[in-house]
Design a protein around this ligand. Structure first.
Ligand SMILES: [Zn+2]
Ligand SMILES: [Zn+2]
Length: 416
């Protein structure tokens, strides 16, 4: 899959040496990911659901295999062994694809510790910002980027402090921007993005095949036995349970397989499909079914843009987290200086420019006097999970709303 290159943001400061104050990036990472094996395996925050998925897939599949193993002497020599091996192989593949999807960095975009250079401060303001009343900061909320001859708007992510690459979106569950964001899968406990979509697709399709496989051979087990079917059913409750379980499950996994096959053939993500369904915009990434399949399944794997094991300056990440907390606290304390400010001041750490030049008074007023009686929320000053409220399912409308409201609040808060 082609990941668009974006060079207008600088990655977090890197260093190759290892002084004692340094930490590995995964140890200070501000996303909600969980890491194993020293940052080599990257999971989502709800990684525990992988265990549930393992039980839901592996439980019935292994029950089927054990059942076949017990019956193998009654069956034709070749038939029994082939069916048994097929069951084991499909179970192994489905679970392997599940773990490969869950433990892989989905394509997280490296965060910035500071806003990119595009953020021009129009006039230099004193550090005594609390006494200043006139805002002097201009932030372009979106940028136009040309993709395959189409103009695509990319938005600025207030949490990651960067312009999202085209097709990237901020996952509110993981609190990261993810390249070619598809959705956050609660069954895998991980974002599905540019780097794990293939294995996710393989996981869904092999699960569907496994479901049909267990259903078919469990039904044959009942039909092949001599005697009336109803008596066989009452004698073999395991096969009946497997048939019912697979019949219900196949609608779910089979539906997902069909849906993602359609997405692959049209080169859409789940997010784009829901987001732009009613916009009737032309999909700039659709290059014909053959090229789309080639791009998604046969292009070079996208290399990760983050090395979670690299050594970083812990202080860089600390400053930003404090300043974000400060910005939230500040509004809550009605413009009074918070303790956090003192901490930063004593350490001699400057506020990031973005905070020095914000008109906090304006922010407060915009929160107090919402237009149309509704609180206008500017994502710039709220905790990151207020940013893009995309979760799997149906909550796309919040971003739609924020697109319209962000311009209002940006001009109210950040403009002149
Ligand atoms: Zn982001
Ligand atoms: Zn996620």
């Amino acid at each position: 899959m082609g990941g668009q290159k974006f060079s207008d943001f600088a990655p977090p400061s890197k260093c190759t040496d290892r002084p004692s104050a340094k930490k590995r990036l995964y140890q200070v990472w501000r996303g909600r990911n969980k890491f194993l094996c020293g940052g080599r395996l990257v999971f989502g925050p709800d990684a525990g659901s992988v265990l549930l998925s393992t039980v839901l897939i592996g439980g019935p599949a292994l029950t089927f295999c054990i059942k076949m193993l017990l019956r193998i002497s009654e069956l034709d020599f070749l038939y029994g062994r082939i069916v048994l091996a097929g069951g084991f192989i499909l179970t192994f593949l489905a679970l392997s694809f599940l773990y490969m999807t869950a433990a892989r960095n989905p394509g997280i975009v490296p965060r910035n510790n500071r806003p990119p250079v595009d953020f021009e401060v129009e006039s230099v303001r004193s550090l005594d910002w609390a006494s200043c009343g006139t805002p002097s900061f201009k932030i372009p909320r979106t940028k136009d980027v040309i993709v395959n001859g189409h103009t695509v708007k990319v938005k600025f992510c207030d949490t990651c402090l960067l312009y999202r690459p085209p097709r990237a979106s901020h996952c509110s569950v993981c609190n990261n921007c993810v390249q070619r964001f598809d959705h956050h899968c609660p069954w895998v406990g991980q974002c599905i993005g540019v780097r794990n979509y293939r294995t996710f697709f393989c996981f869904v399709t092999t699960s569907t095949v496994l479901c049909i496989y267990v259903f078919t051979f469990s039904l044959l087990n009942l039909l092949e036995k001599p005697g009336p079917l109803w008596r066989n059913m009452s004698d073999d409750t395991v096969s009946v349970s497997l048939i019912v379980y697979c019949f219900i499950s196949v609608w779910f996994v089979g539906g997902l397989s069909v849906f993602h096959s359609y997405l692959v053939s049209t080169n859409q993500t789940t997010y784009e499909n829901f987001r732009y369904r009613y916009d009737r915009k032309e999909n700039p990434y659709n290059r014909g079914i053959g090229q789309n399949i080639k791009e998604i399944f046969f292009s070079k794997p996208v290399v990760t843009r983050i090395n979670f094991r690299e050594w970083v300056n812990e202080a860089d990440f600390h400053v930003q987290s404090i300043s974000r907390k400060f910005s939230a606290d500040f509004i809550g304390t009605n413009g009074k200086l918070d303790l956090e400010l003192g901490v930063i001041g004593k350490d001699g750490k400057p506020f990031p420019g973005i905070l020095q030049n914000l008109d906090y008074k304006g922010i407060e007023e915009s929160l107090k006097k919402p237009k149309g009686g509704k609180v206008i929320v500017d994502p710039f000053v709220l905790p990151s999970d207020q940013d893009d409220k995309y979760t799997t399912g149906d909550s796309f409308t919040d971003e739609d709303r924020s697109e319209f409201s962000s311009e209002r609040t940006s001009s109210a808060v950040l403009g002149r």
